[in-house]
Design a protein around this ligand. Structure first.
Ligand code: NAP
Length: 284
């Protein structure tokens, strides 16, 4: 029987630790405030934004909401972000993605001050990650590192294969595994003989964006499998990029969907918010 990596439990553990830390920092007069900007009212984005605000309230961080109409222009959004960059009461800025198509996401991401970039998407944060400097980490990959470590899985010296090279998951995942001394291979849509590569993996991270794509033919017996995917199956049930029922029996450990990687993203966003308080305390 594989070890089922419990993201719900681990994310709760992290939020509880952060709550204590926030209370300790608050006693010293430190505070954190996260500005959350949503443009338009896409229902999935509204759910994510609400969950982020709830998590802030739970750990004791103030959140300020900016709900803008979907007609908001790029320039209007830029000026709001610039205003928040200059606001000393705000230490983190989050712009919920995706943005309406008339707004250039990259331009918005680059406008957020790197010192308030709690999503870790700014090129300065990305650069810091790759050169091993302290900085805000992309939340989903940072959450996966926590899942592995807190489940007693060693990364150092392991053969790690990441399927996917997106800027928000695949690439930062590879950088973080490398930082943990894993030996890392990144596969993508032009990779030849994907199965031969994934079967080498001690730790296989799947962020391919395709429903139940990875079956047991891709997995070495005893591997650890982390499923980043998030989809609805033909019955409307949540499922991942990994065909869980087929793959789980050949693994030593696996993340389920839901309840695996998903809850970790918000927990690590909260960690980035607390990081802004730690930096102010001079301990980061
Ligand atoms: P994405 O931007 O669509 O990237 C998918 C990656 O998979 C690309 O790099 C693509 O290669 C690669 N790929 C596609 N088909 C492939 C194939 N047949 N063989 C090998 N590689 C292939 O997706 P993403 O944003 O990274 O997200 C990945 C998944 O994670 C999605 O299911 C998404 O919903 C989920 N997700 C979950 C969370 C969470 O909090 N749980 C957060 C973010 C994302 P190319 O670069 O060559 O096109």
């Amino acid at each position: 029987m594989p070890q089922i990596i419990n993201g719900k439990e681990i994310s709760q553990q992290i939020k509880d630790e952060l709550k204590l830390e926030v209370a300790r920092l608050a006693k010293k007069g430190r505070r954190a405030c996260l500005a959350v900007i949503q443009v338009g009212n896409d229902p999935a984005s509204s759910v994510y934004v609400n969950n982020k605000k709830k998590a802030c309230a739970y750990i004791g961080i103030e959140s300020k909401s900016y709900e803008l109409s979907k007609e908001t222009s790029e320039e209007e959004l830029i000026s709001l972000v610039e205003k928040l960059n200059d606001d000393s009461q705000v230490n983190g800025i989050l712009v919920q993605l995706p943005l309406p198509v008339h707004i250039d996401e990259d331009r918005i991401i680059r406008t957020i001050s790197p010192d308030k970039d709690v999503d870790g998407f700014h090129p300065v944060s990305v650069g810091r990650l790759w050169i091993g400097e302290k900085g805000f980490l992309s939340c989903t990959p940072a959450g996966i590192i926590q899942l592995l470590k807190r489940s007693g899985i060693t990364i150092e010296g392991k053969e790690c294969v990441v399927i996917g090279r997106s800027n928000i998951v695949g690439k930062p995942m590879a950088a973080l595994l490398l930082r943990e001394n894993g030996t890392v291979t990144v596969a993508h849509s032009r990779t030849k003989d994907l199965k031969d590569i994934t079967k080498r993996a001690d730790i296989l991270i799947v962020a391919v964006g395709k429903k139940k794509y990875i079956t047991r033919e891709y997995v070495r017996e005893g591997a650890v499998v982390v499923d980043v995917g998030m989809h609805r199956d033909e019955n409307g049930k949540l499922c991942g990029d990994v065909d869980y029922d087929d793959v789980a029996p050949v693994t030593s450990a696996i993340t389920p969907v839901p309840g695996g990687v998903g809850p970790m993203t918000i927990a690590m966003l909260m960690d980035n918010c607390v990081e802004t308080m730690r930096i102010r305390e001079g301990k980061a």
